[in-house]
Design a protein around this ligand. Sequence first.
Ligand code: FES
Length: 328
Amino acid sequence: MVANSVELPVPGHVAHAATLTVAGKEPVADGVVSLTLTHPDGARLPDWTPGSHIDLVLPDGTTRQYSLCGDRWEAHTYRIAVLREPAGRGGSAYVHDRLRPGDRVGVGGPRNHFPLVPSRRYLFVAGGIGITPLLPMLHQAELLGAEWQLLYGGRTRSSMAFRDRLTAAYGDRVHLVPQDESGLLDLAAWLGTPRPGTKVYCCGPAPLLAAVETACAAWEPHSLRVERFTAATQGAPVRSTPFEVELRRTGRTVTVTPEVSVLEAVRRAGADVLSSCEQGTCGTCLTPVLEGRPEHRDSVLADHERAAGDCMFLCVSRSRGDRLVLDL
Ligand code: FES
């Protein structure tokens, strides 16, 4: 929580919403603006690590998640970049068209479900605005003396945010691939041969993530981490019948019918669980699982985390068996 913060009236159950000031707004590419956020009193902001995102609660009540893309060592400033999404639900249009320097916004988090794990070598793959969570990772990899390369694709050169800054700072480790000049990213060339000891971090639109996952199928386990902007497509739940959820700490048991989410069911039973996206993408509603087998339907966890089965996102995930026990 930001010190001395003023609570905004926040819809839903956004975690730790503090009020920050839009200290700056500037275009950084075609259709992309960067926002600088500071505390109204100039106070230090909560620390964060590369891969973190915040909830941005706009003055009209809209809440969206954005990756922090600035310098984590600048303790008084958060930076995000927002792509205008004509087919979006209005959050990016508000930021582009109505939000002004001096306005106040709510900020929840930061949270990190896309952390940079230690490695001697990294390959970063960005598609469009997916560059944002990777920017602090490049800086971190640099500080740690790791070998790294960035493969960065976009529709056109002018649509690729931070491109000049990246090439100026990192030279030929940055490979810019504007689609109208060079076509799609050559994933077969970059990822076709597994590279032991190299971690691949990818953020971008769903087709890019799917292509990278396919290209990395033969790599050693846990080599690839991806972050999604939108929920991955899910099939029908594995069970179409009700199941029970025990809230171990409060001693209550609720029945979850097919029509309601686990989140909704446990809230009806009095559990106070924070949420934000309610689509399985932001990670806010992560809850420890004590017994039972969750059916993971989120877009956050890596395969090995799903296999562990010791936590789940209540807004979308369900149960494989008759009963789950949660640490609530
Ligand atoms: Fe965002 Fe559940 S509220 S993952």
